[in-house]
Design a protein around this ligand. Structure first.
Ligand code: SAM
Length: 354
């Protein structure tokens, strides 16, 4: 059974981007309408498609990963076709889309994969040993004393030597902007955020328990390169991909332990198309006037949508206002092209603007 809110969102999106074939959903009464609106942002006029998507951002999340798709999940989720056998997330990180898909019963089985072995080990621990994660995290969190920034560095040293995934969880929760950074040797290098203590143990315990209940018995974990971990995917499955973007792969700000060039992404996508696979790929867009990469080649035949990802925190920090727009590419036949930027609006906002 789909979650009732998910069904509403799907019906709504179905009017926007019809799903082709016999599984097309019938629009329901009471669903909201889209309206377009021209806005001036950074001097340029942009056309928005506002989409009413209720709820869903309160799903449990244990890994506060910078780059998480948690807030975009309610916009991406309804574009995903029904009747999926196995859902693959080969660039999992905090696997926000898998949590969304599992919560909304969008697939029978799930594969969480990443080339960073320790994040996969953390996932395995969260799902299979939630009590251990809860207890060890609470001990680490309570062990910190106000002003003792050396504590974080000692945990980081221990993690780099021993690889305990719960120590990694603590480091992610407590480091600057929740932004993991690794050096060429794979050692965690990010520093402590002195203004926050990291997720409270009570909230972590509730999140870990909920996620374990949600996924246990229907998830498999894999460590490796995205093309390897999806080798057994078939046209009955669905692959959601969120690779390191060009903006975080070139230049000085190399965010993840591994990077991918746009050519590598395009070549991998081409092999998936040749295998008749269904997929969605999140990728660079732009922040304010800055565009991070060229669009993926048109010859791939993908549907290119533009999603409004919110205000750029980087720009806000320096007193500017810039919106971040992300690309979402869909394999052929999943959605019609949409001109303009798809933006989420909650029902209460719609009432305010009515
Ligand atoms: C943008 S993050 C994914 C964030 C995720 N969507 C979420 O909700 O948290 C990209 C992830 O890809 C992983 N990665 C980098 N190169 C990879 C590769 N070649 N194959 C598989 N995973 C890779 C990184 O370790 C990182 O966790």
């Amino acid at each position: 059974m789909e979650h009732p809110l998910s069904r509403e969102a799907l019906a709504y999106f179905d009017g926007l981007f019809p799903i082709q074939g016999p599984e097309r959903l019938t629009p329901q009464r009471g669903c909201s309408t889209v309206h377009s609106e021209a806005n001036r942002i950074s001097g340029a006029t942009q056309m928005y498609k506002d989409v009413l998507v209720p709820g869903s951002s309160n799903l449990p999340h244990a890994i506060p990963y910078q780059g998480s798709k948690r807030s975009l999940a309610p916009l991406i989720g309804p574009l995903i076709p029904p009747k999926i056998k196995t859902w693959f997330e080969p660039f999992a990180g905090s696997a926000a889309m898998t949590i969304y898909a599992a919560h909304h019963n969008r697939a029978e089985h799930f594969v969480i994969a990443d080339s960073l072995g320790s994040i996969v080990a953390l996932w395995r621990a969260i799902v299979d040993e939630p009590d251990r994660v809860r207890d060890e995290y609470a001990a680490l969190w309570h062990g910190q004393q106000a002003g003792d920034h050396g504590y974080f560095n000692r945990v980081r040293e221990r993690y780099n030597d021993g690889g305990n995934p719960v120590e990694l969880l603590y480091l992610i929760c407590r480091c600057v902007k929740n932004a993991v950074r690794f050096n060429a040797k794979g050692r965690f290098t990010q520093s402590v955020d002195k203004r926050r203590l990291g997720m409270r143990p009570e909230k972590m315990a509730a999140s870990v328990t909920a996620i374990s209940r949600l996924l246990r018995g229907r998830v498999e974990f894999r460590t490796g390169d995205w093309l390897q971990t999806t080798l057994d995917a078939t046209p009955k499955d669905f692959i959601y991909m969120d690779p390191p973007y060009v903006g975080t792969s070139v230049g000085r700000d190399k965010r993840y332990h591994a990077q991918l060039t746009q050519d590598q992404v395009a070549a991998g996508v081409q092999t998936m198309l040749e295998r008749g696979l269904r997929f969605a790929l999140s990728y660079d867009g732009k922040t304010g006037e800055k565009t991070y990469s060229d669009p993926l080649p048109e010859q791939l035949g993908l549907t290119h949508l533009h999603l409004h990802a919110g205000a750029s925190s980087q720009a806000t920090l320096v007193g500017k206002r810039a919106e971040t727009i992300e690309s979402l590419y869909l394999s052929p036949g999943l959605a019609e092209p949409v001109s303009g930027i798809i933006r989420r609006r909650r029902p209460e906002q719609a009432r305010l603007f009515a």
